[in-house]
Structures are given as C-alpha cells and as structure tokens.
Write a protein that binds this ligand. Structure first.
Ligand code: ADP
Length: 385
C-alpha cells in the first residue's frame, strides 16, 4: 500500500527525522496561502503515487505567492507522466507547498525488505537525488548495502559505518546515525515494505533533512494499523483494481488487448508467456485464486470486460479445488449480464470439465474451448485476427 510524500514525511517527523516545513493544499488558493506562510519563496510539489516528478514538471521552485497560485492552477487536475506512472500518467489532486531549502549535498537512503535474505536491507549512496537503479548499474561500488539481522536489530556502530561511508563527519555524521536508527524503528513499527529518502540532504547551514520521502506499507500487515485504510488516496488507483480488491481478486493492468482470467500466480505467468509466444498481447490478468465461487468468477469476468482495451478474453483455469462447471456458469452469467459479444477462449481442466465445456458450447456465446494452453493461445489469436 502506497501513501503520498506529505504523509510519509509526517510519519518520519514523528520518528524524529527532520523534514522541511510544509503544508498540503487541495486548491490553488490554499497553495497561495501556504506560500505566504513560507515567506513567498517555496517549492511546489505535486502529490502522486509515483516518483520522477521533478523531471516531469511536477516540482517547481517559486518566488512569490502569486507565482505559487499560478503554478497550483496549472498543476491541479493535470496528468503527470513520469517513468513510474505508465503512459496515461496520474492526476494531481493534492499539492505539497514546502519551504525552499538551500542544498549542499544530496544522498540516497532507504530500508527495504530483501526477499532473498528475508531481512530488512539498508541501502545508502552518496549519489542522491537521481535514479538509484542507474547508479546501481553504472557504478555499483557507490552503493552501500547492509542486511539487518532481525535478532540483534540495527546497531549504532553499523549506522555509523554507513554514515562514514557517505563521507559525513562530525556532528552531521552523528545526526545521520540517529536518523538511520530512527528510520529502522519506523520501518519495524509501521510494518513498511519500503522507506526511502531520496534525496536526504545536508543543507548549506549543515543540517540533515529528508527532502523527499516514500513509504510503502506491507499489505499483509495493514490489518494491524487501523488508520492505514483512511490514508489511501483512491484517486491514484485504477478503479478496476479497487473493484477487484473488494472481491479479493488480484488484478493487474497491462498494455495489450487480451483479457486473461486465471487461477494462481504461477499459471498467470505461464499464460502471459504462452500468449506472447503466439503473438498475442495481454491487456491484464486477473487471478481468481484457489476456491473461487461462481459469483467471484462472474465478478472477475465483468471486471475484465470493463477494461475497454479488451478485445477478446482468454480463460485458463485448472480446476483442482474449483469445479469446471461452476467456472463455466460464472462466465455465462457475467457474459449475459454485460451482453458480451467478444471472442472468448476457455481452457480448463480438472473436475467436471466435460460438463463445463458443454455448458459453454450450448450458451450461445462467441466461445471456443481449448484442449491445452498452446491450443487456447492459438485460438484466441485466430479469433482476434
Ligand atoms: P521526484 O523524486 O519525484 O522527482 P523530489 O522530491 O526528489 O521529487 O524533488 C526533485 C528535486 O527537487 C530534489 O532532488 C531536490 O533537488 C529538489 N527539491 C525538492 N524539494 C525541495 C525543497 N523543499 N527545497 C529545495 N529543493 C527541493
């Protein structure tokens, strides 16, 4: 689960991590007033669930409140396209107005869950404010990584080693040690999957500040934090994704035109691979999970059909726990409800497969049943061609 930069900064601040003074605005008049409070000169930052805003025109230094208001007007409602948003971009509905800071040096600092070691991993680099993946590719020696032992936790000497590796000395180095330890505490207590400060800066006056902050909460731990659901900004999510999560379905939007309904993440990956192998481009995939009911299959099918990029549907389900006749009923019910005329290919296997196929073929839908995955992919390509 993602939150906005201003919310992440509020959390960091509560953990004693210094952040620039700022205010969140919902209208351009509020942007103007907040700018006045900051003394006119300030930085206007679009709040979207993606980074790379600076280069996309979503972060700007302004010099007086009228200029702040003008830029606010320009930004509100605009779709910002950054390398992290996809081509359709994300709409700006909130703006952070922040004091302008004189930056002396920029660093990268984050703690994230490392799946390989199953531990929190601290990542730091003296090359801050830039694309960290690029630094990792071009000069991996500039990145310092530390896997944190959950039993001993992060020790002050380890944090000091990182601060020294960033080239910090004296009181700033000690401030950085404290900041790193606080960041780890925040990560644990707030059940974060990622806490990232990029850039962490040293100001001209010699203070450490978190200039940008990104926090992703671990979805599996959201139930432990009652306040998290209210922190979500649903306007930043794909409405179909929100709908799918209501029914406990995993939905991922992709760029092609074949909607895919599968059960299980492994089968989903295999389905996408085989479709591509046969020259088709998946528009999305929707995982209905293990023991889906007829209603759940019907909802899943409707969500797939709501995506206007979908020109055909490929259903690939292995009915182990699920019965194939129930899957077929779900498909028929949903297709009838939304009056679906699109080509559908169903590849299913398992319990009551013959009954399921018969129901589909007798349904009057534009449907074909496939014998196996390759046959199914070939059929949907042919039906779309
Ligand atoms: P993004 O990573 O989405 O591009 P950032 O928050 O990192 O957004 O902002 C981009 C750049 O703008 C930063 O690297 C920093 O140089 C500058 N910047 C951001 N906030 C401020 C601020 N309050 N004062 C001065 N410069 C800032």
């Amino acid at each position: 689960m993602n939150i906005h930069e201003y919310q992440a900064k509020e959390i960091l601040n509560a953990y004693g991590i210094p952040v620039p003074r700022g205010r969140v605005a919902l209208t351009s008049d509020q942007v103007e007033r907040a700018s006045k409070e900051m003394g006119g000169r300030c930085v206007i930052k679009a709040q979207i669930y993606a980074g790379g805003r600076g280069k996309a025109g979503g972060v700007k230094l302004v010099h007086h409140p009228e200029q702040a208001q003008e830029f606010g007007k320009e930004l509100f409602g605009k779709r910002l396209v950054t390398p992290q948003t996809g081509p359709e971009g994300l709409k700006v509905r909130r703006i952070l107005v922040e004091e302008a800071v004189e930056i002396a040096r920029e660093f990268y600092l984050s703690i994230t869950l490392d799946r390989e070691s199953s531990r929190y991993c601290l990542i730091a680099s003296a090359e801050g404010g830039v694309d960290i993946e690029e630094v990792a590719r071009k000069s991996p020696d500039k990145i310092h990584m530390l896997a944190i032992d959950p039993y001993t936790a992060l020790r002050p000497y380890q944090a000091r080693k990182v601060a020294l590796a960033l080239g910090l000395t004296g009181s700033v180095c000690e401030d950085c040690v404290e900041l790193i330890l606080n960041l780890y505490r925040c990560c644990l207590e707030k059940d974060c999957q990622l806490v990232e400060i990029n850039p962490l800066v040293v100001t001209r006056a010699g203070w450490l500040l978190a200039m940008d902050a990104k926090i992703t909460f671990d979805d599996n731990a959201v139930f432990r934090h009652r306040e998290y659901p209210d922190m979500m900004d649903y306007s930043q999510l794909d409405p179909l994704e929100i709908n799918a999560s209501k029914y406990d379905l995993a939905y991922i939007k992709l760029q092609g035109n074949v909607g895919c309904m599968v059960n299980g993440a492994g089968l989903a990956m295999a389905t996408l691979d085989v479709l591509k192998e046969f020259g088709a481009e998946p528009a999305n995939f929707l995982d209905v999970g293990g023991g889906a009911t007829r209603e759940k299959v019907a909802e899943a099918f409707k969500i797939i059909l709501e995506d206007c990029d979908v020109k055909g549907v490929f259903v690939n389900i292995f009915g182990g726990i699920m019965r194939c006749d129930i899957i077929a009923q779900g498909i028929i019910e949903a297709a009838a409800e939304v009056k679906c005329l699109l080509p559908i290919v169903v590849r299913m296997d398992g319990s009551k497969v013959e009954e399921g196929k018969k129901l589909l073929l007798d349904s009057g839908l534009n449907v074909q049943c496939a014998d196996n995955l390759g046959d199914g992919a070939e059929r949907i390509v042919r039906m779309l061609g």
